[in-house]
Every structure is written in structure tokens, then in C-alpha cells.
Write a protein that binds this ligand. Structure first.
Ligand SMILES: Cc1cc2nc3c(=O)[nH]c(=O)nc-3n(C[C@H](O)[C@H](O)[C@H](O)COP(=O)(O)OP(=O)(O)OC[C@H]3O[C@@H](n4cnc5c(N)ncnc54)[C@H](O)[C@@H]3O)c2cc1C
Length: 416
């Protein structure tokens, strides 16, 4: 199909089917049936099998008419592409449609108190029950964004302790609303509670909910992580489309508010380069040569990073393999966030420490100051990102390999 025939077909379909008076679920069921909600997905699984660039043409028509699209969040951004790549047909049938309609939201149960950067060192265990139908899960997860409302969790658990650490992990779709899954919010120093601790005490997961083969969870997790970088695009698109009047819009606004809640302070506020010039003018600091110099450096950095991201996106659309731009973009997002915080503080002076309603910009400057470290931790730390750039982009020698060959049972680790 060429761009013009996609455009004509999707426009005709939207004119015949879109109505803001439909409920969100009614509308999204139409999207799932037609394949227009997820145009790059296979035709047999709610998609149209289009290339990313043709899918973009379809998305443009949605934006023009103002039609609501599929939901943002971990379901569409992370779980669905992972299930499409590695899930059985049974799982695709049971799980994908409800992700497209937004009825099931998802969270990512990867990190644990003793395994973040070294994700393959996880110790949450899943043991097969005597009848072989289900696994019994015990352990603790940490930093789990959105766990408090998620219907499912993307769970990594150890199913074999007698093989090296990367080979004994299995990836499951875990139902969150069951006895044995306890979700506790974690209060951060900026006052928000964006993520949670999740305690798993004899929680149950059907053996049929393994995504990919038992013991092959590491490969499946890498697929999820590869999609993580892109999932913020999905969120932003969902937030942009929720503008009109009518039932579908109202329900989408409520959905987006819930999905976006953990992000209201991060990373938007942490990386607010756009606030800087306005703030410098309002405080009279725009005339200070040192402040002007710092602002110029920051804006140049922000603009170069934006263009690099655009280059990466264009390469993806053209079907080229990922280049170094993605890794550099993640590193520079942290660099810009830190630079923004530095310049905001330079402009504000010691008042930057005043939090709450009495602080500058009603406390936003202080909030930026304490929120910035999260940007260089979430989704992989700066140090790990530098390791990736050095090993995979620059071809430098790898980190010393001390525990990837022996059975995980014999690897020394902290007792819990
Ligand atoms: C805002 C936010 C949201 C998050 N959401 C989720 C979520 O929804 N689900 C989820 O599962 N997790 C989530 N996380 C967790 C996140 O993925 C981990 O915090 C991250 O991977 C780092 O792991 P860690 O905290 O265990 O740090 P550690 O791995 O203990 O690292 C501590 C320090 O040591 C450095 N270090 C470790 N290994 C090396 C090495 N080999 N070389 C050089 N330096 C090294 C690290 O860079 C870091 O500076 C979230 C985190 C944040 C901040």
C-alpha cells in the first residue's frame, strides 16, 4: 500500500466510525476490529501490518479528525510488543485486546532491592506447583510505577537456580489483584508517591502465563527494555489527543490523568529548559552575563539533543537498525535535566531551597532540585548507559565477567 491509499482508507473508515459519543471501550473495540488502532501490528492481531512510516500517515489522520487512539502506558508501550514478539497465541488472544481497549493496565515488575542495574541477579522465585498447572511466586519488587492500579504485572522470576543467572529466569504475566500481592506506595523526597514496593507472598501465576519459554525470560526482558525508550512517545500522543467534548474524550481524559499521574513531576519538571528564559526575564537575571552564558549553553545542548532524537526517529521510520543516537539521547536527557536544575538554581539563588507554596514558582524550583536524580536512574543509570556506549558503540572491552558462568545458586550475594 502507498501513503495516499492508506490516507484515503483510514479517512473513510474514521468518517464512517468515529463518534465522540461512544464509550471509550466501544470505540477501542472498533479500533481493535479494524486494525487502525495499532497499524504496525500483524493483521491477525488487531493490526494492519503496516510499516512505521505508513502507520504515521494513519496517525496523522486520527490527529486531524481528533479521534481518540489507543491508551498510553506500560500496556501498549511495553507489554503488548513483548507479547506480540514472544507470547503464545493463547496469551495474545487473552491479553492483547484488553490492552488495546485500555481495560487492563500493566506495570513492570523487574527491579528488586538487590537487583536493578544487574537485573539478571534477581532472586524472586517462581516454583511449579505439584500439579504443574501454576507457579507459586515469592519475593519483593521495587520502584514499580503504576502497580497500585495495574491489572497485570510483567514479572521476572527465577525458575532455575542450577544454571547461570541469565538462563534461569522466566517472564510471566502476573495478575496483580489476587491474594499474595501487596502493593505499598513509596513516598519520595519531592513529596509525591509515584511508585511502589510490591511484596509477593505465595502469589499464583498459571504456567500458561509464561511469556516465551521457561528459562528464556532474559531474552524476553531484553525485548521489553528495547521498547522502553519509545514508550514515552506513546504517552505523549495519548495526552495530546484528549482535547474534545464528548463521552470518549471525557473517559480518555480520566484514563490519561491516571496514567500520567506518576509523571506529573518527572521528567517534565526535571527537564524544564522551556521555563528558563521566562524565569530569567521575570527575575531580571536575563541581564546577568553569567546567567545568559549558562542559558545559551543549556539551550544549545537541549536543541542538539532534540535534533538527535529526531534523527533517531527518522532512521526508525525508514526501517534502519538502531544507531548510537538512542543511547546518547538517554545520557543527554540526564545531562540536560541536571543543567536545567543548575541554571534554575543560579537564577533563584538560595531561595531555590524553599519548598511548598511559599517557594519560588510555588515550590517548583525546589521540586526540580530534588527530583533531578531520578532522570539519571530510571530506565537504566547513566553509568550503565556509558558502559553500553563504550562496549556496543565504541567497541571497547567489556566489564569483567565474574558471575555469568557459574550456577546462580553458587553466586555469592547478600542474604535476605
Ligand atoms: C523514576 C523511576 C521509575 C522506575 N520505574 C520502574 C518500574 O516501573 N519498574 C521497575 O522494575 N523498575 C523501575 N525503576 C527502577 C530502575 O530501573 C532502577 O532503579 C535502575 O535500573 C537502577 O538500579 P538500582 O536502583 O538497583 O541501582 P544499582 O544497580 O544498585 O546501582 C547503584 C549505582 O551503581 C552503579 N553501577 C551499578 N552497576 C554498575 C556497573 N556495572 N558499572 C558502573 N556502574 C555501575 C549504578 O549506575 C548506580 O549509580 C524506576 C526507577 C526510577 C528512578
Amino acid at each position: 500500500m502507498d501513503a495516499e491509499s492508506v490516507r484515503a482508507e483510514v479517512r473513510a473508515w474514521l468518517e464512517a466510525n468515529w463518534s465522540p459519543e461512544l464509550s471509550l471501550v466501544e470505540w477501542r473495540n472498533k479500533l481493535a476490529d479494524s486494525g487502525w488502532g495499532c497499524p504496525t501490528w500483524p493483521v491477525e492481531w488487531y493490526g494492519r501490518g503496516l510499516s512505521p512510516s505508513l502507520a504515521e500517515v494513519a496517525n496523522e489522520e486520527f490527529e486531524k479528525i481528533g479521534a481518540v487512539g489507543t491508551p498510553g502506558g506500560g500496556g501498549m508501550g511495553l507489554a503488548a510488543p513483548t507479547i506480540l514478539e514472544h507470547g503464545s497465541d493463547d496469551l495474545k488472544r487473552r491479553l492483547l485486546r484488553r490492552i488495546v481497549t485500555g481495560e487492563d493496565t500493566w506495570c513492570q515488575l523487574f527491579s528488586e532491592p538487590g537487583s536493578g542495574s544487574d537485573l539478571a541477579g534477581l532472586t524472586t522465585r517462581a516454583e511449579l506447583s505439584a500439579d504443574g498447572d501454576e507457579y507459586v511466586v515469592n519475593g519483593q519488587k521495587l520502584w514499580t510505577t503504576s502497580a497500585h492500579h495495574a491489572k497485570y504485572g510483567m514479572l521476572l522470576a527465577r525458575t532455575n537456580w542450577d544454571v547461570p543467572k541469565h538462563r534461569g529466569i522466566t517472564y510471566f504475566a502476573l495478575e496483580m489483584h489476587q491474594p499474595g500481592v501487596v502493593v505499598k506506595p513509596l513516598k519520595q523526597m519531592n513529596g509525591h508517591a509515584s511508585f511502589n514496593e510490591v511484596f509477593l507472598n505465595d502469589a499464583r501465576v498459571p504456567a500458561a502465563n509464561a511469556i516465551g519459554d521457561v528459562g528464556n525470560g532474559w531474552t524476553v526482558a531484553l525485548a521489553t527494555l528495547a521498547h522502553e525508550r519509545r514508550s514515552f512517545d506513546v504517552l505523549q500522543r495519548a495526552a495530546r489527543s484528549a482535547r474534545g467534548q464528548g463521552r470518549a474524550y471525557d473517559e480518555q481524559r480520566a484514563e490519561t490523568t491516571q496514567i500520567m499521574a506518576p509523571y506529573t513531576w518527572y521528567p517534565q519538571r526535571a527537564g524544564r529548559a522551556d521555563l528558563i528564559v521566562e524565569r530569567a526575564q521575570a527575575t531580571g537575571k536575563a541581564r546577568d552575563p553569567v546567567v545568559r552564558q549558562e542559558i545559551a549553553k543549556l539551550l544549545a545542548l537541549a536543541r542538539a539533543t532534540e535534533w538527535t532524537a529526531k534523527r533517531a526517529r527518522a532512521a526508525r521510520m525508514a526501517g534502519r537498525p538502531p544507531g548510537p543516537e538512542g543511547s546518547l539521547g538517554k545520557l543527554y536527557a540526564s545531562e540536560i535535566a541536571r543543567a536545567c536544575s543548575r541554571v534554575h538554581t543560579l537564577i533563584t539563588g538560595t531561595d531555590a531551597l524553599l519548598s511548598g507554596a511559599d517557594g519560588p514558582l510555588e515550590g517548583v524550583i525546589a521540586e526540580i532540585l530534588v527530583s533531578v536524580p531520578a532522570v539519571s536512574i530510571a530506565g537504566g543509570t547513566d553509568e550503565i548507559q556509558r558502559n553500553i556506549v563504550s562496549e556496543r558503540v565504541l567497541g571497547l572491552p567489556k566489564d569483567p565477567d565474574i558471575d555469568t558462568k557459574k550456577p546462580f545458586r553458587d553466586v555469592p550475594r547478600n542474604k535476605r
